[in-house]
Structures are given as C-alpha cells and as structure tokens.
Design a protein around this ligand. Structure first.
Ligand code: ATP
Length: 367
C-alpha cells in the first residue's frame, strides 16, 4: 500500500494548461475518484501519476518516493483502461501472466498469482478462453485480473466501464468496489459520470478546466457544495438554479423571483443578510421539492407555482418538469402523484435544503 501525494502539479502543452496547481494527498488504501466534464484534465493527471506523461511543474510522490523522473514500470502501479487492450491471440491465463513473464517472475509464482486473481474476480472457469470468446464484462474482468496479478501499490482506472452497457456497468461498479476494499490497494479512478464517482469514491476530486474545485466525501459534496458548478454536477437530476433577489424583511431573508417569494431558514438567512437587494442564485435539488397534496414538506412561505411541461414516471418517483416564469424547474415527487402535462401546480420547497450562490466570479456558495 502507498499514499499518493501531488504537490502543485501543472501540465502544459505549449500554451494550453491542461492541469493547474493540482494538490492531493490520499490515505493508504483510499479509493479516490477524479470526476469532471470532458477536457477538464482528469486523464492527463492520471497519466502523470502513471508516468505516461511528463509533469511540467510540481512534485509527485508515491509512498515517500519522489517519482517525477521514475519510469512507469518502476512506479509499482497498475492501470486499467477503458479499452482493455487484451492480446487477441493469447488466452485469459496468458493475458494475465504476460506482464509477469516480462518481469521474469518465476513460473510457479506466476501460476499462483494468476489463479489467485482469477478466483477473486471469478474468472477461473474462463482461463483457457480467448478474448473474442468473452463478453464485455468478462473482458473487463480480465483487464482487472491483469492489474491484480502485478500486486501493485496503486491501481489507476481510466473510465474502465464506459464501454459496457448500463446494467453491466452497475454490476461491475459493485465488483470494483468490493475488490478494492478486499485488496486495500490505494486507487485512483477517473470518470465523467457523477453517479459512478458518488458510489465508488471514498473521496471525490471535482475538476473543471484543469483545476480542482473541491475534494470531499460524496455526502459532503452533495450537502455542502462550495460552488454552483459542483452543486449542479453532483446529484441526479441536477440541482435547480433560479436567479433571485435577496430581500431582508423583519429579520428574515427571502429569495424573491418572478411570481414567488421563498423564505430562507435561520442559518442560510443569516448568511444572506449582506446580500440584501442583490441578485443570487437560489439552488434547490429536485428531491427537495414536493408537490402540494403529495408531500410531507409543509406549506408556508415556500410555494412556487409552475405549469407542468413534462411528466416522467419512474415508478417510486415521478420527475415533473415545470415552467416557472420561463425557467424550467424539476421536482422529484411521489410516484403516485396525479399530475399531467399542462397542469398548474404548486411546488413546495423544503427550506431547510435551500442553497444560495453568488452570481459573479466562481459563483461561490453563500453560507
Ligand atoms: P475526457 O473525459 O474527455 O477524457 P479529461 O478530463 O480526461 O477529458 P484530458 O484528456 O486530461 O481531459 O485533457 C485536458 C486538456 O488537455 C484538454 O483541453 C485537452 O484538449 C488537452 N490535451 C490533452 N492531451 C493533449 C496533448 N497531447 N496536446 C495538447 N493538448 C492536450
């Protein structure tokens, strides 16, 4: 096991800065996920850790060793890619053994490691098959098996599940999580899928435009996003944002929008006081909005009227997309709520779950 430490890491390609001032220290055995939209620099950072890209500036440590100039094969890491790149002419056993052979690991040691890994990832019955005789999920398992037999200090995963169908992705996600806990190997996992990030990561690094916006546990990212971007990126469906004006009245703060006035609770209200008269984003997650008559959210100074544009029944919940003065608002309501396109509805906001963000600069969270 090993900690990974990145200190002020930069990557520049000519004039393009792909990664800016990246700082992170993992725990021993921790599962850390890098997440962010396409082009934000996740893969570049992972490849720098792997040694597949030079580091322009900054220091990278694996364990206590500065590894900036250490070649990939001497870093004690194993990487699993999106396209698993198995050798088509070799069977599963040979694919898993190949890297060890190159390293001149003794034959009986190779045999022990391959069989052990195959047992752990449940492919022991497939060892004689060629890659073309395997399903996508099985191939992905073999790719992981190949990483496991190396017995590395660090696993690096680059979108390993993106070629699999939705159902298999969910299954493999659970497998990777179990496997990582069982082996206890420090892991960095890159994905653009926030659900994958939330379910796998002990901590998540949210990136945008080459910069780290927030590093936190999944729940803290969900509950306490530090910027509007993180708030919108984490959680599905995404948080609703409505541009409002803050109005302070009788010691309370209100979000005033077109056709509604929602009262902030005491805590958020106190932070909103200095914004009196100014514009802010009001943020509320779809799951924190109820439909009047079908919710336990009490009615008070928290009603937003809208006209239903789309109804998406999902069984337990229904997603209602309503037009509120020209803006779409999504509410996740009781799956049995009777609601139809064209209805005028009253949406009740759970005021203990409101967020506020500045409208300027990095759109930082208020409070
Ligand atoms: P994706 O999810 O699409 O893979 P990413 O977050 O992994 O995106 P990177 O692949 O790390 O993003 O790319 C970060 C930025 O660096 C992008 O703007 C990309 O165009 C740029 N970039 C990456 N590789 C090179 C290169 N070899 N030369 C020039 N620019 C590059």
């Amino acid at each position: 096991m090993a900690k990974i430490r990145l200190e002020h890491i930069y990557k520049r390609y000519g004039k393009v800065t792909a990664v800016k001032d990246f700082n992170l220290e993992t725990e021993d055995g921790e599962f850390v996920v890098f997440v962010g939209p396409s082009g934000c620099g996740k893969t570049t950072t992972l490849r720098m850790i792997a040694g597949l890209e030079d580091i322009t500036e900054g220091k990278l440590y694996i364990g206590d060793r500065l590894v900036n100039d250490v070649p990939p094969k001497d870093r004690d890491i194993a990487m699993v890619f999106q396209n698993y790149a198995l050798y088509p002419h070799m069977n599963v056993y040979e694919n898993m053994a190949f890297g060890l052979r190159l390293r001149r690991v003794p034959r009986d040691e190779i045999d022990r490691r391959v069989k052990e890994a195959a047992r752990i990832i449940k492919i022991d019955h497939l060892l004689n098959r060629k890659p073309r005789e395997l399903s996508g999920g099985q191939r992905q398992r073999v790719a992981m098996g190949r990483a496991i037999v190396r017995e590395p200090k660090v696993f690096l995963f680059d979108e390993p599940l993106s070629n699999l169908d939705a159902k298999l992705r969910v299954e493999m996600r659970a497998e990777i999580s179990k496997l990582q806990r069982r082996l206890g190997v420090t892991t960095i996992y890159v994905t653009h899928d926030q659900v994958e990030a939330m379910t796998l990561g002990q901590r998540i690094v949210v990136m945008k435009d080459g910069e780290v916006l927030q590093v936190d546990t999944p729940l803290n990212l969900y509950d306490f996003p530090e910027t509007k971007f993180v708030a919108g990126f984490i959680g599905s469906p995404s948080m609703n944002f409505i541009r409002t004006r803050v109005q302070v009245e009788g010691g309370n703060a209100y979000f005033v929008g077109e056709g509604f006035k929602v009262k902030a609770n005491q805590t958020l209200g106190a932070s909103l006081m200095p914004y009196n008269g100014k514009e802010v984003w009001m943020g509320i997650r779809p799951e924190h909005i109820g439909l009047k008559g079908w919710t336990t959210v009490p009615e008070g100074e928290n009603v937003i009227k809208g006209r239903v544009e789309v109804v998406e029944p999902l069984g337990a919940d229904t997603e209602v997309h309503a037009d509120v003065a020209g803006h779409m608002m999504t509410a996740k309501v009781d799956g049995h709520a009777l609601v139809r396109t064209g209805d005028t509805v009253e949406l009740l906001v759970d005021t203990s779950k409101l967020h506020a963000f500045e409208v300027e600069g990095n759109e930082k969270a208020i409070g």
